[in-house]
Design a protein around this ligand. Structure first.
Ligand code: NI
Length: 178
């Protein structure tokens, strides 16, 4: 497995729509494994392929708590078949928008169809953190970030702070003392 670099906003690749995979073969399985390694190292609970610069509809998730056994999920071509009218609010973050969090309202339960790591069609109905995480990651496949669910005011504030932080990181070391 290999750890991959994670793109951060405003990288244009994060705003594009990803293409479905034809089938889950060895290449896609390796992508899934590399994405899981990248996600665990970050650390994060979900990662979508566009976040590592691959514009394909592949996501990985593990919402197990630290004291639980890992529960890695590998999903290709995930599709939301049904979502509840009932909503839930979670404080969301994103590895592509480091250090910023905001409350996002989404359907509380979803039913999802996807291809698993063996190219088998599966369905999963879930709620709570996993339902939120699946929706967050599927959003990435359509070029949507969690900040796109916020008011323009909040979104711009976060993106401006992010751009500022990125700029200061790129300044040469001597700038700090000049
Ligand atoms: Ni994200």
């Amino acid at each position: 497995m290999a750890k991959l670099p994670i793109l951060t906003a405003p990288d244009a690749r994060l705003k594009q729509r990803a293409k479905p995979v034809d089938k889950v073969d060895d290449r896609v399985r390796k992508l899934m494994d590399d994405m899981l390694e990248t996600m665990y190292a970050a650390p994060g609970i979900g990662l979508a392929a566009p976040q590592v610069g691959v514009l394909e509809r592949v996501i990985v998730i593990d919402v197990a708590r630290e004291d639980e056994e890992p529960q890695p999920l590998r999903l290709a071509n995930p599709e939301i078949l049904w979502q509840s009218e009932e909503l839930a609010t979670y404080d969301e973050g994103c590895l592509s928008i480091p250090d910023h969090y905001a409350e996002v309202v989404r359907p509380k339960q979803v039913r999802v169809r996807y291809l698993d790591q063996d190219n088998e069609i599966r369905e999963l109905e879930t709620d709570g953190l996993l339902a939120t995480c699946i929706q967050h990651e599927i959003d990435h496949l359509d070029g949507t970030l969690f900040v796109d669910h916020l008011s323009a005011l909040k979104r711009n504030m976060i993106l401006r702070k992010l751009a500022k932080a990125r700029k200061s990181e790129q300044l040469p070391a001597y700038a700090a003392v000049s």
